[in-house]
Design a binder for this molecule. Structure first.
Ligand code: NAD
Ligand code: UDP
Length: 318
């Protein structure tokens, strides 16, 4: 792979910081653009001294002017409590962020990859979900600012591609977890681990029979880079996720086992429009990218738990 100057929006976030690190390891220059809404400088502290790394504090809803050879667009809060905190801003980030990276890609004549999501399938009526499924999304609910923002972003990517020949790539990411999630992120893996480590009740929303498929972040980043480097005609969308499917009750029990915690499981109300099931069909990623996840949920939870132990120990010293 040749040396490139790569722009990563949302690069100080959970997935973005792992992506920046991997791209630097591969000998590239990285410009990390982030407004630090959910991202943290702590995530990129190790990279700050690297002369091939630059941090640019900027909001993707404003036009972006940088010289680069490739763009990964990850800027957008991903956790429901965070993206619902300011839903209008979330919708703007999804839509105007896409327009601004696409304008930049068109201007610089470079390839741009969109971090889309399994949320484009909504509460799916087809299970598991192939890329050909158009989804079952409520346009008016509390998740819509995120889901519809991401759907509109995909539309814009294809319109810039058809209208102006912009070189696009779209990945639909399914639930991903790993070190550098925030303890207050609000998503299920971080919530359960933090609750178990603090000895607090494990909060299952609803009866815990809803399912998700959890991908370890290293597997995901590998898939994203493979997609960016894939043949030009293959635009995607392509699902990236781990097809292992777990109920939230199974996840809670696994976290309790691995942490050795004696926390109790309690049930809380299920949030509006919470999808009942989620599992990717990954045949397309296997065929086009020669990619499939290699890290099981149990193997990925171990380093994630270790990471949160470190974070909580540091917090208790403050
Ligand atoms: P994250 O919240 O940790 O990262 C998002 C980053 O974007 C943060 O650093 C945040 O500060 C930044 N950001 C948010 N709004 C911005 C704006 N207007 N301008 C500039 N920066 C902004 O979340 P993540 O889990 O790392 O998700 C990264 C991307 O992957 C997101 O686009 C998300 O929608 C997508 N995704 C993630 C998952 C998952 O399970 N983690 C699943 C599907 C899709
Ligand atoms: N969830 C839960 N307890 C929590 C946080 C989430 O039971 O403390 C449930 C949530 O209702 C959903 C699933 O776990 O059914 C995954 O939620 P998350 O917010 O991680 O992601 P998403 O719903 O976007 O897939």
């Amino acid at each position: 792979m040749s040396h490139k100057r790569i722009l990563v929006t949302g690069g100080a976030g959970f997935i973005g910081s792992h992506l920046c690190e991997k791209l630097l390891e591969q000998g590239n220059e990285v410009i990390c653009l982030d407004n630090l809404f959910t991202g943290r400088k702590e995530n990129i502290r190790r990279l700050m001294g690297n002369l091939d790394f630059e941090f640019f504090r900027h909001d993707v809803i404003e036009p972006i002017y940088v010289e680069c050879d490739q763009i990964y667009n990850l800027a957008c809060p991903a956790s429901p409590p965070h993206y619902q905190f300011d839903p209008v801003k979330t919708a703007k980030t999804g839509v105007m962020g896409a327009i601004n990276v696409l304008d930049l890609a068109r201007h610089c004549k470079v390839r741009v990859l969109q971090a889309s999501t399994s949320e484009v399938y909504g509460d799916p009526e087809i299970h598991p979900q192939p890329e050909s499924y158009w989804g079952h999304v409520n346009p008016d609910g509390i998740r819509s600012c995120y889901d519809e923002g991401k759907r509109m972003a995909e539309t814009l990517f294809f319109d810039y591609h058809r209208q102006d020949g912009v070189d696009i790539k779209i990945v639909r990411i399914f639930n991903t977890y790993g070190p550098r999630m925030r303890p207050d992120d609000g998503r299920v893996v971080s919530n359960f681990i933090v609750q178990a480590l603090r000895g607090e009740d494990i909060t299952i929303y609803g009866d815990g029979q809803q399912t998700r498929s959890f991908c370890y972040v290293d597997d995901l980043v590998d898939g994203m880079i493979r997609m960016m480097e894939s043949r030009e005609e293959f635009t995607g969308p392509v699902n990236l996720g781990n097809p292992g499917e777990f109920t939230m009750l199974e996840l809670a029990e696994l976290v309790l086992k691995l942490t050795g915690s004696r926390s109790k499981i309690v049930h809380k109300p299920l949030p509006q429009d919470d999808p009942l099931q989620r599992k990717p069909v990954i045949d397309l990623a296997k065929k086009e990218l020669n990619w499939e996840p290699t890290i099981s949920l149990e193997d990925g939870l171990v380093p994630t738990i270790r990471y949160f132990e470190g974070v909580l120990a540091a917090e208790s010293k403050e």
